[in-house]
Ligand binder design. Structure first.
Ligand code: AMP
Length: 508
């Protein structure tokens, strides 16, 4: 099939041609005609399948006729992270270059002033993260009753990040008579329930079985002691033909540690996580996309759905806590039919997490050994027993050693001892001491406690709240209202309307 058969207008087709696309991807082929017909669409598609163009291309055509009024956006795209929102905005610019559509990007971490000015001028396409959208709405900066097309992208991620109450609230503020496009990489029951509530008689389009990694990604796993993970990573980076790579860590703190360690060892590495100020996140991502940085150490949230052309590798410095994240992480490579390689560095405590991934993707990740580095075993009761399942390692000359063979504390290299002594002496350790030194026992214990805490899974709502605070407007200090009195507090209270049937709003 070719693009001109999908029913798109000539300007959009010209922009596609200039972008160099020759054929629609399967999600585009399936979704675009339905969107153009005004139907609701429920799309089950991973990132990397071309789903962004699947909704932006027809939206541009739909919005081409009509004009936006001040403060009354005509369409709304909700994205879980700022980076994804910025990426969708970029797509709109690329595909909409032969149209005169106004677009506003409302994301946390940027000043309100510019965003408000744009809203005042009238926008056809509003691309937003849920928190910032609600903030601006509550300040009285916009009305949402002219929204004709709503896109909820990465719905499963929204759920994971605790945005669902916000999404429900936003949807309750929109006109009932609208077109809704709902995309998710996976369709757990909670997402299905939301889709049922938000969509009317949708056309379902699915382009890959939920949570299946792309066949173009070669996967492997190494299992080492916790303190050897950085060494394992460096070995992989040196022996693999890495053009550019994402290196995922589970905790933001580790993102900084791993990035500094890599830099200290002469690698060209940047960091991306939710605690960084937005301008720094944008700048780092730009450097990475331009190739000025070749390795990007990142957290899941910062990197989710990021589209970097031709990413050669993904490294999981930590096994992800949620099995679905494994699929999302490794899906950053092997995109658009290209080949990619994904390596996961597991520690002895990760057996259960690894088993959960194997269950999800319905196969074991092949284990490899690293020459010169002692392999570990999963701890008792931590899932798959042994390093290599039932088989032998595919390469490497290291022999398996049991727990009793592990180096005892007094056998640790001198460098580590020096680093510890330096700490006691209250002088900064030398650089190589800092980088190789394993964490002090107390800190490791704290990490373990945090990990088991995470594994125990607190009630979803609490977890969601916490994550949302963490990841959405996390770089803005919480200062209450200060001297500022929000506009909504100054308006006279109106009587609350009777709830109507099907209203899914929730007080937040
Ligand atoms: P997405 O899944 O939307 O993140 O898109 C993944 C990548 O595929 C992006 O780099 C797009 O530019 C690219 N892409 C989207 N549609 C096409 C197409 N029809 N042909 C080739 N590449 C495409």
């Amino acid at each position: 099939m070719i693009f001109s058969e999908l029913g798109l207008g000539p300007e959009v087709l010209r922009a596609i041609e200039e972008k160099g696309y020759t054929q629609p991807t399967p999600i585009q082929e399936q979704a675009i005609p339905w969107v153009l017909q005004g139907r609701d669409v429920l799309g089950c598609a991973q990132t990397g399948t071309g789903k962004t163009a699947g909704f932006t291309l027809p939206m541009i055509d739909i919005l081409a006729s009509g004009r936006a009024r001040a403060r009354m956006p005509r369409s709304l795209i909700l994205e879980p992270t700022r980076e994804l929102a910025a990426q969708v905005a970029e797509s709109f610019e690329t595909y909409g270059k032969h149209h005169k559509l106004n677009m506003a990007l409302l994301i946390g971490g940027e000043t309100f002033t510019e965003q408000v000015k744009k809203l005042d001028r009238g926008v056809d396409v509003l691309i937003a993260t849920p928190g910032r959208l609600i903030d601006l709405f509550e300040r009285g900066n916009m009305m949402l009753n002219d929204i004709k097309v709503l896109v909820i992208d990465e719905a499963d991620r929204m759920l994971d990040m605790g945005f669902i109450p916000d999404i429900e609230r936003i949807v309750s503020l929109l006109p009932k008579n609208r077109q809704t496009l709902f995309f998710s990489a996976t369709m757990p029951p909670e997402i299905r329930r939301l889709a049922d509530a938000f969509l009317q008689n949708p056309r379902e389009v699915t382009v890959a079985p939920p949570a299946s990694p792309s066949e173009t990604v070669t996967q492997a796993m190494v299992l080492v002691q916790e303190q050897d993970k950085r060494k394992a990573l460096r070995h992989l980076l040196r022996t693999e033909d890495v053009k550019n790579a994402f290196i995922f860590c589970n905790r933001k703190r580790d993102v900084a540690v791993v990035q500094k360690s890599l830099e200290g060892h002469g690698f060209n590495a940047g960091a991306l996580h939710g605690d960084m100020p937005q301008h720094k996140r944008t700048e780092t991502l730009e450097l990475f996309k331009r190739g000025d940085i070749t390795l990007l150490v990142c957290s899941d949230v910062a990197a989710r759905g990021l589209d970097v052309q031709g990413l050669s590798h993904v490294f999981n410095f930590d096994v992800p806590l949620h099995a679905e994240d494994y699929v999302h992480r490794i899906g950053r490579t092997g995109r658009a039919g290209r080949m990619g390689r994904a390596f996961t560095i597991a520690g002895p405590e990760d057996g259960k997490l690894v088993a959960a991934i194997a269950r999800l993707i319905k196969r074991d990740i092949p284990m490899i050994a690293i020459d010169g580095l002692e392999s570990a075993t999963f701890e008792e009761g931590e899932g798959r027993r042994g390093r290599f399942g039932r088989g032998r390692p595919p390469r490497g000359g290291d022999e398996r050693r049991g727990a009793e063979d592990r180096p005892r504390r007094d056998e640790r290299p001198r460098r580590e001892e020096r680093a510890e002594r330096a700490e006691r002496d209250d002088r900064p350790p030398r650089r190589e001491e800092r980088e190789e030194r394993p964490e002090r026992p107390t800190e490791r214990e704290r990490d373990r406690a945090a990990l088991s805490e995470a594994r125990r899974e607190p009630p979803r709502r609490d977890r969601d709240r916490r994550r949302r605070r963490d990841e959405d407007d996390d770089d803005e200090p919480v200062v209450g209202f200060g001297d500022h009195v929000p506009a909504f507090l100054l308006r006279a209270a109106r009587p609350r309307p009777e709830p109507s049937g099907g209203d899914t709003s929730q007080e937040g």
